[in-house]
Design a protein around this ligand. Structure first.
Ligand code: ADP
Ligand code: MG
Length: 668
């Protein structure tokens, strides 16, 4: 399925961006900041970086940096552009995403996630190695993009030679212009075909079943053209694909004249080789089942039918749990239009909305809410403090985050020892900012190198294993295989700790020569474990650069004790009937059925846990049994006082009050 070079060039020439090239390059030459607006699929992402390259913006060694809010997009677009330029990925065209760097000294066009550029800004505030930066998909308003835009305000005045191109679908474009002092706008004239949208007459009870039904109907009755279906995430995408395939098999058995349908999933954690399948030509009608990644960041040609559930998964901060959770919510009206527009790129199209018109008016916001206004900001604030933005109220936010969110984040960072009583970054906080992981995990790594633990080698492994997608494979259809996979899993389990179980598996993987065969035999994800080995190396390098000793201490008790030094805010006490209660928030929780402690007759009095999973109720995921006194030792903020008769919640409230007072003082 290799593309023939001619057709690639022919395809390029057909893109609206191609025809706007000269004018666009003129506007860029004359202005430092340009906001480029264009329909999805007009060639903004793939063409603008090449235009800049060809116009000589890399002549003096400068790089063209292109940011994407999504990993998948960064990777897929880098592949496409290198094909168009006829070079290997990692040479002239490369990409960097977290824990994965495919660039070389030769690289001139670098695609990356916005998070990567933000990290680079920590090391080099002027971003000196770039001559141009394209902030792509800015309309998505991801947290990191918003922060970068704020940082650029300062960088641009100091570096007059730096070009900034902000690309956006039609929504939000004026806002970006205004933000940069009425920056020049350039609209790529595009052609789109009319799309007829049909609403459901009644609300769907089960959106997966409705989507499957609608897709089959389109396939059986309609003229040629591919189908794009919007779902919320991996799970419902997989179910949809399975049910579609099953349903079609039955239909074809009874009527062999029915054409097959090529069903293709796409979501961010899908392995790269499977992701690129959606772009390949197919003999049969294609049906791509996607998350909102296909709304604007990826364009599949030939789509004529869109099936839209009207839903998405959204990261939202839940104050009761004190953390972000993924929630299935209705999309915004702007997104609904964006989704239906996907059907009208190559000809007139049809969009089937699986919700009623009434629901769209009643439940959908006109525009999506920017991430900065709905998620936890600890990580971001740690970075801003590192960049010496001590007074957050002075930072040029495109949209201000709620003050409570800023305060919660500062409080969390203070608990972790990253901020002092005056809200300033501590030495520990400075070290923490250098790790591209959650503050609690970076603290864990740093503390593990302290003299009383010296178990940093083990802790790097544990943190690594917590940063990769789940490693256990559980066959879905075969009950016998399922039982076998469960018993193999038990074999790896360390009874009192999921963290130690993860450590155990990683060590066994290495001891067995990092073999795929060994993984398959043991129902483990080979690709994830391979990645773990790479991440381990990278985290070790960061430890080195921060002058933190890497020493091994295989003593399980020491490792569990060390975990308490960072997880004290996620500690729980056993109550009764499998019920635990968080010592800080009082929230009731249970063990997740995959936890190694699950089903034990004698449950420990105290545990720490890595995260909460919400499926009806709150379940602790990755759990380790600990001693109460360890918690007192390291979580003195909450627990020492408790032993003296003050409950942790009162103590927390008191401390919190003190800290808030300090923050309030500062704001005056
Ligand atoms: P925009 O950024 O304006 O939405 P793009 O530059 O992403 O547009 O896409 C331009 C064209 O390139 C589209 O027709 C799209 O199908 C094609 N394209 C982009 N990425 C790939 C890829 N990885 N494989 C095949 N085609 C691609
Ligand atoms: Mg794009």
């Amino acid at each position: 399925e290799a593309y023939d070079k001619n057709t690639l060039q022919q395809q390029r020439r057909k893109l609206p961006a191609y025809h706007a090239r000269e004018e666009l390059m003129k506007v860029i030459a004359e202005n430092q900041v340009v906001v480029v607006i264009g329909e999805t699929g007009s060639g903004k992402t793939t063409q603008i970086p090449q235009f800049l390259y060809e116009a000589g913006y890399c002549k003096f060694g400068g790089l063209i940096g292109v940011t994407q809010p999504r990993r998948v997009a960064a990777l897929s677009v880098a592949k496409r552009v290198s094909e168009e330029m006829n070079v290997k990925v990692g040479k002239e065209v490369g990409y960097t995403i977290r824990f994965e760097d495919k660039t070389s000294p030769k690289t001139r066009i670098k695609f990356m996630t916005d998070g990567i550029l933000l990290r680079e800004a920590l090391l080099d505030a002027e971003l000196d190695k770039y001559s141009c930066i394209v902030m792509d998909e800015a309309h998505e308003r991801s947290l990191n993009t918003d922060i970068l835009l704020g940082l650029f305000k300062r960088v641009l005045t100091r570096r007059r030679d730096l070009k900034l191109i902000v690309t956006s679908a039609t929504m939000n474009a004026d806002k970006f212009s205004r933000f940069f002092g009425n920056a020049e706008q350039f609209t790529i004239p595009g052609r789109t075909y009319p799309v007829e949208t049909l609403f459901s007459a009644i609300a769907a009870q089960d959106y997966v079943a409705s989507a499957v039904k609608q897709i089959i109907r389109v396939h059986l009755r309609s003229e040629p053209g591919d189908i794009l279906c919007f779902m919320t995430g991996q799970e419902d995408i997989e179910t949809t694909c399975e049910e579609l395939t099953k349903e079609l098999e039955t239909l074809i058995k009874s009527d062999p004249s029915i054409e097959p349908l090529q069903v293709l999933p796409i979501y961010s954690t899908l392995p790269a080789d499977l992701q690129s399948k959606i772009f390949r030509r197919s003999k049969y009608r294609k049906c791509v089942v996607a998350t909102n990644i296909a709304e604007t960041s990826l364009t599949v040609d030939g789509i004529r039918f869109v099936v839209d559930t009207g839903l998405m998964k959204l990261k939202v901060y839940n104050p009761k749990l004190g953390m972000d959770t993924l929630q299935i919510t209705p999309i915004s009206l702007a997104q609904a239009n964006q989704r239906s527009g996907r059907a009208g790129r190559t000809g007139p199209g049809l969009c089937y909305r699986l919700y009623t018109k009434y629901a769209s008016l009643k439940e959908m916001f006109p525009e999506p809410i920017p991430e900065i206004q709905r998620t936890n900001l600890s990580n971001t604030i740690l970075l801003l403090k590192y960049l010496k933005v001590d007074d957050l109220s002075k930072f040029p936010f495109l949209d201000k985050p709620p003050i409570e969110t800023i305060n919660t984040a500062q409080y969390d960072l203070w608990c972790l020892g990253a901020l002092d009583n005056f809200g300033k970054l501590t030495a520990l906080g400075k070290k923490m900012s250098n790790f591209p992981i959650d503050p609690a995990l970076s603290r864990l790594l740093i503390v593990s190198s302290f003299s009383q633990f010296q178990c940093s080698k083990e802790m790097i492994t544990i943190v690594t294993m917590l940063s990769i997608p789940p490693i256990f494979v559980r066959p879905t259809h075969d009950a016998a295989l399922q039982r076998r996979s469960d018993s193999v899993r038990e074999k790896f389990q360390v009874a009192e700790s999921d963290h130690l179980t993860l450590l155990n598996i990683f060590n066994l993987f290495k001891a067995n020569g990092c073999q795929e065969r060994w993984c398959t035999k043991n129902f483990l994800q080979y690709k994830s474990l391979r990645r773990a080995v790479e991440i381990h190396t990278q985290l070790s390098q960061i430890m080195g650069s921060q002058k933190l000793a890497i020493t091994s201490n295989p003593d399980w008790d020491v490792i569990r004790k060390c975990l308490c030094a960072s997880y004290f805010h996620q500690a729980a006490q056993f109550k009764k009937y499998g019920e635990f209660v968080n010592l800080r928030t009082g929230l009731q929780m249970r063990l997740h059925p995959t936890a190694s402690l699950y089903g034990l007759g004698d449950l420990p009095k105290y545990v720490i846990y890595h995260e909460l999973l919400l499926t009806g109720r709150e379940y602790m995921n990755y759990v380790t049994a600990v001693e109460g006194e360890w918690l007192c030792e390291f979580g003195e903020i909450f627990y020492a006082a408790k032993e003296k008769g003050i409950t942790s919640r009162e103590n927390q409230a008191r401390k919190e009050h003190e800290f808030q007072k300090v923050i309030a003082e500062q704001r005056k």
